[in-house]
Design a protein around this ligand. Structure first.
Ligand code: B12
Ligand code: SF4
Length: 565
């Protein structure tokens, strides 16, 4: 055995061919490595290391960390699994981020083991044990939002304490927005891979011992955070293999996005992403910042090829997690025509803006089995829509919803926001009255929150409400921090009143559609869950992780913003 200390000079890591690690010893190359026993001359070294780079097989643990609030095991009375079953059924969106990354990493010759923390056997202690047992060469932790950062940190801590030599890289939306802060804050992460991971993650694995050469990587060198030059956005989204939806022993059950008990069907369900980004400037949204306000898409042929595979695999419900699917008419038409021509059997759903030029595509979308269209309605007041920089009119909302229903889209869903800056109580109630008038089937009225990376966050920093340096890892309910937003109690009471009005209006004026909706829920939900769902707008929400207060308010001993009058 030849003993090699550290890495080859070109920065190529040799760890995968090493014998298992023994703390304090130089690693030795395994006898099955092509370089084992070779006596390398200086010029041949570079060549050999290049060969080695292409042959090194790294083992990666790819972990998706979830918020406890957004999933639930399917109850056994509805077909949920017995404890200890091989596969489990979970009401949740699948972790498409890691499903996308795993096959790309494998294509580069590496081995990937995936984890999703919604699985009872994939919690922190068990994952840490498996890291010790299986010695992966690196661990990648993926998480989406600010709300899951504490749990992601705690996962990294458990793994680092169990296996101090295993490098841990973080990625996902929050890590992208806060890469330097995350490394300064959390000693358990060794690096952050901001942005899209399809190119960065394989590059990182190929160069484990030379992080300086990985474009886009943010990493730590001698206690200092180093930011490598940024990696450009991926231009050709058609180049990657289709996501790996089969390796995790989990069947994901279709439920309303944020209402976990609201099971929509027990059909085989998955998500899919056909485009990325959004060019609009809504003040509460992170998405434009994630991709410089650019919208990129996969070609219709590539999308249809993936759909073909999903259809053949028996998926009968697909939700597109595109930020704005309804952007390009010709592309929508081509995808829908392909679905019709190939007689795919699945139903699908997507999100989009009401002012989309693609409203005239709703007939072909309906024909192509689009069963759910979710619109960002946000408010029934033009003044509030303008304050949110939504760039849409009430007439456009009404037109889009009416057209969707006219063309056979089974469920038109409206996302609304309450508790916006300068919004009055009357305007909150106006939103509910507007929702009642629209032909929406389902709706959600969420409190406006501020997340770092959004224009609203930048506004609060400018107004001296948020201190970016101290508050970067928090998220806020706007009514808790902004004096121009109504106090929480008023917003909540108006919301309860509004829901009551909306429910009563529905029952009396649209009894048939209300009955159909309830019947659909009753088909797949426990009675107690239906009651919980209907009651949820009227009870206090208890979140796993509550929003916090900005550092300045805490320092001043304030628990609410100072409102004049
Ligand atoms: C679908 C979705 C959901 C789904 C859940 C999806 C899931 N898998 O569990 C639901 C509806 C449940 C949901 C809930 C919430 N969401 Co959400 N959601 C989205 C949405 C629209 C799409 C996510 C997606 O499917 N992306 C597609 C995949 C392929 O991308 P990805 O996971 O980011 O992975 C890529 C990269 O990030 C990277 N990557 C990922 N992991 C790793 C790891 C490593 C090591 C590396 C190198 C790279 C890497 O590579 C991947 C491929 O390029 C995003 C918007 C967006 N564009 O991100 C908002 C978004 C992430 N959500 C957001 C929020 C706020 C929430 C909620 C807090 C909402 C709430 N009111 O409670 C909850 C929290 C959920 C949680 N943390 O578990 C915000 C986050 C803002 C922030 N700064 O925190 C976003 C950005 C929306 C917005 N308008 O701003 N969400
Ligand atoms: S809320 Fe929707 S339309 Fe507005 S910026 Fe975000 S993704 Fe685009």
């Amino acid at each position: 055995m030849v003993t090699v200390a550290g890495s080859l000079r070109c920065g190529v890591s040799t760890r995968a061919w090493y014998a298992p690690k023994v703390p304090g010893c130089s690693p030795s190359i395994r006898s099955d490595c092509p370089l084992a026993g070779s006596r390398v001359l200086p010029r041949a070294w570079a060549l050999a290391s290049r060969l080695h780079q292409t042959r090194c097989r790294m083992k990666l643990f790819l972990i998706y960390v979830r918020d406890e609030d957004f999933y639930n095991l399917l109850p056994r009375e509805l077909g949920g699994c017995e404890p200890g079953a091989d596969r489990i059924k979970v009401m949740a969106f699948p972790p498409i981020g890691i499903e996308v990354l795993a096959p790309v990493v494998r294509q580069h010759g590496h081995e990937v083991v995936m984890f999703d923390t919604c699985h009872p056997d994939m919690k922190k202690p068990r994952i840490a044990e498996r890291v010790v047992e299986e010695s992966p060469d690196a661990v990648a932790i993926s998480f989406l939002s600010t709300t899951s950062y504490p749990e992601a940190k705690s996962m990294a801590e458990a793994i680092k304490l169990a296996s101090p030599d295993t490098p841990i890289i973080a990625g996902g939306v929050f890590a992208t927005m806060n890469s330097v802060n995350v490394l300064n804050d959390c000693p358990w992460f060794d690096s952050v891979g901001p942005g899209e991971g399809e190119e960065l993650l394989p590059d990182y694995l190929d160069n484990l011992s030379d992080p300086g050469s990985v474009i886009g990587l943010v990493w730590r060198r001698d206690g200092e955070v180093v930011v490598n030059p940024p990696r450009p956005l991926v231009q050709d989204l058609d180049q990657f293999p289709f996501p790996d939806r089969g390796s995790l022993p989990i069947d994901y059950i279709e439920s309303m996005p944020l209402d976990v008990p609201a099971v929509l069907s027990l059909d085989r369900f998955c998500t899919m992403q056909t485009s990325r980004g959004c060019p609009y400037p809504c003040i509460y949204c992170d998405i434009p910042a994630l991709a410089d306000g650019k919208w990129r898409c996969r070609s219709p042929e590539h999308v249809l090829a993936e759909m073909q595979q999903l259809n053949a695999e028996g998926y009968r419900s697909i939700y597109l997690t595109d930020d704005h699917f309804l952007l390009k008419r010709k592309r929508i038409e081509a995808i829908c025509q392909g679905i019709i021509d190939r007689r795919f059997e699945f139903r699908w759903g997507c999100e989009g803006r009401v002012d989309s030029v693609a409203v005239d595509q709703f007939p072909i979308m309906g024909e192509a089995n689009c069963a759910m269209l979710a619109f960002g309605v946000e408010s029934g007041s033009q003044k509030v829509l303008d304050r949110l920089k939504k760039g849409q009119g009430l007439d456009q909302i009404e037109h889009a919803v009416t057209e969707a229903k006219r063309h056979g889209i089974t469920t038109a869903h409206g996302f609304f926001l309450v508790g916006s800056p300068d919004e009055t109580e009357e305007e909150i109630l106006q939103s509910f009255r507007f929702a009642a008038r629209l032909r929406l089937d389902t709706f959600g009225f969420n409190r406006l929150c501020a997340y770092r990376g959004t224009p609203l966050w930048a506004e609060y920093v400018k107004r001296g409400i948020i201190d970016d340096a101290r508050d970067w890892n928090k998220w806020f309910k706007c009514s808790d921090i902004d004096p121009t937003v109504l106090p929480s109690e008023i917003v909540n009471n108006a919301r309860k009143k509004g829901y009551l009005h909306l429910f009563l209006y529905r029952i009396f004026w649209r009894p048939l559609s209300s009955f159909r909706l309830l019947r659909n829920f009753a088909r797949y939900m426990k009675k107690s869950d239906i009651a919980k769902l209907l009651w949820s707008p009227f009870r206090k929400q208890i979140l796993f992780r509550k929003p916090e207060l900005p550092a300045r308010m805490i320092k001043q001993g304030l628990d609410a913003p100072v409102r004049s009058g």
